[in-house]
Design a protein around this ligand. Sequence first.
Ligand code: G6Q
Length: 556
Amino acid sequence: MNQTYSVEAAWDSLEQLRDQESHLSIQDLFRDDPERAEAFSCEAAGLYLDYSKNRLSRATLTALLQLARGAGLEERRDAMLSGELINITEQRAVLHTALRDRSGRSVMVGGEDACALATAERERMLAFVDEIHRGQRRGATGQPLDTVVNIGIGGSDLGPVMVVEALRPYAIAGRRCHFVSNVDGQHLSDTLQDLDPERTLFIIASKTFTTQETMTNAHSALAWFRASGMDEKAVAKHFVALSTNHDAVAEFGIAADSTFGFWDWVGGRYSLWSSIGLSIALQVGAGRFLELLDGAHAMDEHFRTAPLASNMPVLLALVGIWNRNLEGHRCHAVLPYDQHLLRLPAHLQQADMESNGKSVDLQANATAQATGPVVFGEPGTNGQHAFYQLLHQGSDIVPTDFIAPAISQAELGDHHPKLLANFLAQPRALMNGRSLTEVEQEMRAGGADEETIALQAPHRVFPGNRPSNSLLMERLTPATLGALIALYEHRIFCQGVIWNINSFDQWGVELGKALARDILPYLPAVGAQATAAGADALDPSTAHLLAWINERRQRA
Ligand code: G6Q
């Protein structure tokens, strides 16, 4: 905590400001402050953020910055970046930033230099990638390994799949990359259906190498591969592992020289920058992978050095705090206007909700404030034809992030101007709304009679005054994508600091991993007899559901 600024005083003054300024709409704020659009925007690492369409004044922003200082944000940021064990429940450092720091700086953790470790492992991995691309490393029958199946889940899936999709135009010609995450056997079967085992490289991506879904899929993939007539020597050429658990990898049968490691100071949802990014590097090449890292590093440097008042992740975090804690909004929508950012909302949903979905603070007390919002999203314009109805007229206000490149990766006719027109029109409509008088006038001008107007006009009113951020980049490139992801990672960190929570553990996810294990013994294969013994020790509803399922599975 910073002694000069008091957190309590900052929260108090924010509450006072909220009450004093409750009559001001976003439009009023623009009217009172001609410089607002410029003042409430900033640029960093190839990204441009406009946060002016939020219902907060300059005085509020000053109070939010005091809150950040009071919460010790600068000190906590420096502690994270210098490798202190800030993940206190797991006694781990949090150093995904070291994975993308190619500046030659050292960050010591447990007596070792995290940047040097990361560099050495990355060089090993990228040499492997180059060998495959050059055809020096091939499948067991001499075929090129041009098809990748990444088997992983959560942090070992969502980041890579999102980046591979986003960098589709940068993919090396002829390469194919598939992701299998769900333990639902259909995911693996559907994926393997059209694959040629002789050209396929399986990447088993699991930090712990014990995750049920991933290990089940890995064993089934291995069985499929062997069933195609491949022997043990072939397995060694077609299976690689990405993990911190080298013993479990060896036990699975993957040799050390086919294993790329990382460290416990890399959280799963922050791991795409590590060996977990192998699928990305194979798809776009080592050079593009490094550009992704460098883009993220540029944002890290901005976060590390820029004053709080012009620090993009800090500002984005503070606007979020205002909307969540002072305005009481429970949700947050991420709306990329770029089809290739299709999986960005899912990645950020995990990063944010797993990091800040907490209700116990660092001192083991209940949190004083509401924490992470529900995060969801879809690319625009698709979302506009679906859930935006609620954004415009629903009874809950959902703060939104609109994200777009000025120039498309694939300029086609007037598609992109149309997409951008929507990207600009939506936040404008959310802010401005449409009053009853405006609707009535419009309807009258359109020739509607007074009875119809009385009945229909209220349905066509848009309350407006709904907050949003707009995030732009010139183009979606590996570098701007890296910066964008790092921006959100740091936003999440800053909010965690202000809520005084540990953003880097995930006991809720660990719980899920254990729970299913307890029930599995009661679920036999199709056609087999269920052992009901002990199932009644489960809660009555679960026991009842099990009985229904097992009756059908036995009969099948
Ligand atoms: C991420 C979470 C979680 C994790 C998966 C997969 O931060 O910890 O999503 O990534 O549960 O875990 P493994 O990589 O260990 O298989």
